[in-house]
Design a protein around this ligand. Sequence first.
Ligand code: ADP
Ligand code: 5GP
Length: 216
Amino acid sequence: MKTNRVINKRKGIVFILSAPSGTGKTTVISEVLERFPDISLSISYTTRAPRAGEEHGRDYRFISHARFVAMTAKGEFAESASVHDFFYGTPARTLNRAMTSGRDLFLDIDVQGARQIKRKYPEAVSIFLLPPSWSELKRRLGGRATDDRAIIRRRLANARREIQDVIQYDYYIVNSDIEEAVGTLEAIILAERQKISRVVAWGIAPLRRQEKVRNV
Ligand code: ADP
Ligand code: 5GP
């Protein structure tokens, strides 16, 4: 029987993942990127100092406050926000390139950034990762051991505010068991990729020469 391969072309999908600090967003994202090597992670600019083990260009692009202000004025950010007293921004170029090239992109950004991206690109997919409980969130923040007590207290207070915004997201995932959380995120990615509304061109792959001969 003749089997034609159906092909389609679509724009890159922007997946936004937000979560209160310490929930496990970095852990979940790195697991998902391992399973999906065809998805990129946007590297944000920030004015905060690198934590132990963080690398410029891999975790963030660490820049001065003055440079951040200049980049904002030039419209170089797709979104930007002040989080925990520092500035963070997603480079517009990364986002535009991914969308036009058809490569899916992950944004690890806060609720303010998610709101800005969804307003500009309603087709972006927003996902909120929730901690299983307050006590577990506190334990995970403490376990990271890269932040001092005052910072942890501030992050917990911010978490209480941020969680109110879960309502504006498309999906939620509770990060209780890591495997389960990653599996749920995987399911969301796979389903979003199959949406008819994202396809910009349909086609049938041409038969190979050999098949043509066999099928005439
Ligand atoms: P975030 O990026 O949201 O600030 P991290 O990914 O750095 O959080 O995780 C914070 C801490 O919680 C880390 O020590 C990480 O190993 C741990 N962690 C993440 N997910 C889970 C989970 N499902 N169960 C237990 N510990 C977790
Ligand atoms: P951290 O300093 O712990 O790496 O990140 C603090 C918070 O800033 C996290 O909620 C993270 O998602 C958010 N964040 C990181 N990069 C960006 C960004 O480019 N834009 C916005 N709006 N938030 C960001």
